[in-house]
Design a protein around this ligand. Structure first.
Ligand SMILES: C/C(=C\COP(=O)(O)OP(=O)(O)O)CCC[C@H](C)CCC[C@H](C)CCCC(C)C
Ligand SMILES: O=C(O)C1=CC(=O)c2ccccc2C1=O
Length: 301
């Protein structure tokens, strides 16, 4: 069973393989954790923040490179021209480059622990890395069982946001946890959306993504409910006094959410047309998270 290859010119192919916009996904949990910490303590440690952002980007680069390596072993990416392994034809190089990024990322996290004389952040981020490995690496490959979105929620939501908050304050916060639920949900939606156009290849490789399990129509409906829930949660947290009123700024990102929902609703069963929906989800994630964090900063000023 083959899927029609999406044709890209060469540079576009490399950009599609490297996926620069996707790296905002690593930055936003650190931004939200830092913003809540600033709102609550009026304290901000720029060196810790920028080291954490760089480390998160390196760790996500490792995750993506090793994803291409592990997927090349199951054959699921055989029709994916924009896989780094297919593009370079050198799996070993991509594997070791990924490992180098992991080491750089962990060194960044270790330097935060050293500044703080506290290993808590290292423990939380190591847990994210273990879960990130279990998502795609042998013998677990939990993503193939449809568990990727749950792992994604915890890693980019409660774990990463809490670690970022802790790196600034060396304490815990319910507000940070509430904000992390929103970030976790919207990050999982990106992964969910990335699977709409891959049903044929996923089925052929035995990957039971949520879209394979539910079908594209039900998945398009679910996207609407789960995506809408982040705005309802933000409103609820403001009404309960957990979030400052300024965080309602995140509602300004609603047009990006509606653009995504409409696109998927219309094209859910047309792989070529729906294939860009994960980047619409990245836009929704970027603006909703940026504005949520800004709301916390403005409330503190
Ligand atoms: C590589 C990821 C998704 C690609 O998945 P898939 O194989 O379906 O896609 P392709 O068709 O494009 O091959 C991302 C997976 C994320 C994972 C569930 C959790 C990652 C954990 C990270 C290590 C956490 C980093 C947190 C950071 C903020 C410190
Ligand atoms: O390539 C992808 O599809 C994804 C890459 C990635 O780093 C990521 C991170 C967080 C949520 C989703 C995704 C992807 O879907």
């Amino acid at each position: 069973m083959t899927t029609k290859l999406i044709e890209y010119p060469n540079t576009k192919l490399w950009m599609a393989a490297i996926k620069p916009p996707m790296y905002s996904v690593a930055i936003m949990p650190i931004w939200i954790g830092g913003a809540v910490a600033f709102a609550e303590t009026k304290y901000f440690h720029p060196a810790v923040f920028s080291t954490f952002v760089a480390a998160a980007v390196f760790i996500l680069a490792w995750e993506n490179l090793s994803n291409d390596v592990f997927d090349s072993e199951t054959g699921i990416d055989k029709n994916k021209a924009h896989s780094l392994v297919n593009l370079t034809g050198n799996k070993t190089f991509i594997f070791w480059l990924g490992n180098l990024f992991l080491v750089l990322g962990l060194l960044g996290i270790l330097s935060i622990a050293w500044w703080q004389q506290d290993l808590t952040v290292v423990g939380i981020i190591l847990l994210c890395c273990v879960l990130g490995y279990m998502y795609q690496g042998p013998p677990f490959r939990l993503g193939y069982q449809g568990l990727g979105e749950v792992i994604c929620f915890f890693c980019f939501g409660p774990l990463a946001v809490t670690a970022a908050y802790y790196s600034q304050t060396q304490s815990w916060s319910w507000t940070s946890l509430a904000a992390s639920v929103i970030v976790g949900i919207v990050t999982s939606l990106i992964l969910f959306c990335s699977h709409f156009h891959q049903v044929k290849d996923d089925l052929a490789a035995g990957k039971r993504s949520p879209i394979v399990r539910l079908g594209t129509q039900k998945s398009a409906q679910l996207l609407l409910w789960v995506g809408g829930s982040i705005y309802i949660l933000a409103l609820l947290f403001v009404l309960l006094g957990i979030f400052p009123t300024w965080t309602l700024l995140s509602l300004i990102s609603l047009p990006y959410a509606l653009k995504l929902f409409r696109h998927v609703w219309e094209y859910h069963n047309q792989p070529e047309k729906v294939s860009n929906c994960k980047f619409l989800a990245v836009e929704m994630h970027f603006w909703s998270s940026l504005l949520l964090g800004l709301g916390f900063i403005l409330a503190a000023s």
